[in-house]
Design a protein around this ligand. Structure first.
Ligand code: AMP
Length: 396
């Protein structure tokens, strides 16, 4: 089966054509500057092709993707008939989606209804869906939500301690994000551990970072909230913060709510702490040269992740497996070691040699560690393709 996986942003669109059974990626790429001018970067058989193609809307971007997929020189299929289905990443499924769904009119309406919860991403995701419907009207399409995996959380984890009417009337609650990644690494951890009745703490640490507490394969808690701003400090996001800090800054400097949120989303996190960069590699380089702010940024990031791990071990009543994934989780041995420092009391013991791994699926805990610690490279596209295949096959 060939599934075209689409991740549409407001002016960009990422794609992968893959086989959900083997995980083999035939081709992938990115459309950028949609609505401005348009550029396609296509990767196939180890080569990169860049083409400037006018893309006034997402429809032209999808058409450009289909054209290059069937192109005699750079393509991988003879005809678009060889694409069996399309899987779309959608950011916010609100309370309406606890699983992926086949896209029909009701599904589109429900994604639209979630726009107030995901005002930046859901409209862009819908543009990708509508463009595919216009260009491939008969192709089955599936929506895979970033929030869905977390919908098994109990009310004590997802409710905020604010007046109930905001929950009842406005759906204000914790949702959590990176759900497709958390779902993928949970599945892999269960396969690697050989049993599903385990307590897993997942650390998705990238430019955006989130943790999840998982029991028997089901999410019990997660660090992001109504939006991806909550939880540990991140590349440019503050993570959890006392709202009074915002009130103080806004009053003193005459800053609007939108400006304040922009500061918290784009100008905070390890970027603000280090004063160097949001990229962990740059911060590690600066720290190695003795930059005190960079050292603090790395210390604070590891400290916050460690605090969440401790909290989730308490919430789950133990931990059998600790998983690291995403850019920093997969490629940052020093950060992983720093996070695990001080977790010995709960049975976490790293093997320093194995912890040198970058970007590979490896158990990095010592043989006598009570908690198994794993690096599991995430694969959100594969998860989207597999959900798409399962739903499309079930509907046949
Ligand atoms: P992601 O959002 O998952 O793409 O992760 C991006 C983050 O991963 C950036 O902060 C990168 O600095 C970090 N990252 C990627 N590769 C490495 C590496 N080799 N060592 C340390 N951090 C890395």
């Amino acid at each position: 089966m060939n599934v075209l996986v689409i991740n549409a942003g407001s002016s960009s669109l990422k794609y992968q054509l893959m086989d959900p059974q083997t995980g083999a990626v035939a081709a992938k790429g990115l459309c950028e500057r949609i609505g401005i001018d348009g550029r396609l970067t296509h990767k196939v058989r180890g080569n990169k092709v860049v083409k400037d193609i006018p893309m006034p809307t997402h429809s032209e971007a999808i058409t450009a993707v289909l054209d290059i997929l069937v192109d005699p020189e750079h393509g991988v299929i003879h005809s678009t008939d060889e694409i069996d289905a399309v899987g779309h990443r959608v950011l916010h499924g609100g309370m309406k989606f606890s699983a992926s769904c086949i896209i029909d009119d009701a599904c589109i309406q429900a994604i639209e209804d979630c726009i107030p919860l995901g005002p930046l991403h859901n409209p862009a995701n819908l543009m990708g869906i509508r463009a595919c419907q216009a260009v491939m009207p008969t192709k089955p399409q599936v929506a895979v939500f970033d929030t869905a995996f977390h919908m098994t959380m109990p009310p004590k984890a997802y409710r905020y301690a604010i007046p109930k009417s905001y929950y009842e009337n406005d759906d204000i609650r914790r949702y959590g994000f990176h759900g497709t990644s958390h779902k993928y690494i949970t599945r892999r951890a269960i396969e690697l551990m050989g049993r599903s009745d385990i307590k897993i703490i997942n650390c998705h640490l990238g430019n955006g970072s989130s943790l999840s507490a998982v029991k028997d394969g089901k999410c019990q808690d997660t660090s992001m909230g109504l939006s991806p701003l909550a939880g540990v400090c991140m590349g440019t996001r503050s993570g959890d913060i006392d709202p009074t800090v915002c009130q103080f800054i806004m009053n003193k400097y005459g800053i609007s709510v939108d400006e304040m949120l922009n500061i918290l989303n784009k100008k905070s996190g390890v970027l603000a702490l280090s004063g160097v960069s949001s990229d962990f590699r740059d911060i590690e380089d600066a720290a190695a040269q003795g930059n005190e702010d960079a050292i603090l940024a790395l210390d604070k990031f590891a400290y916050e992740v460690r605090k969440y791990v401790g909290a989730y071990a308490a919430a789950l009543g133990g931990c059998d497996c600790l998983v690291f994934t995403a850019g920093v989780g997969e490629n940052g041995p020093d950060t992983r070691a720093k996070i695990c420092e001080g977790l010995e009391y709960m049975g976490v013991k790293l093997d320093p040699e194995k912890n040198k791994v970058r970007g590979e699926e490896v158990r990095i805990s010592a043989d006598d560690s009570k908690v198994q610690v794993w690096v599991i490279p995430t694969n959100e596209e594969l998860m989207i393709a597999q959900d798409t295949m399962e739903l499309v096959n079930a509907a046949k």
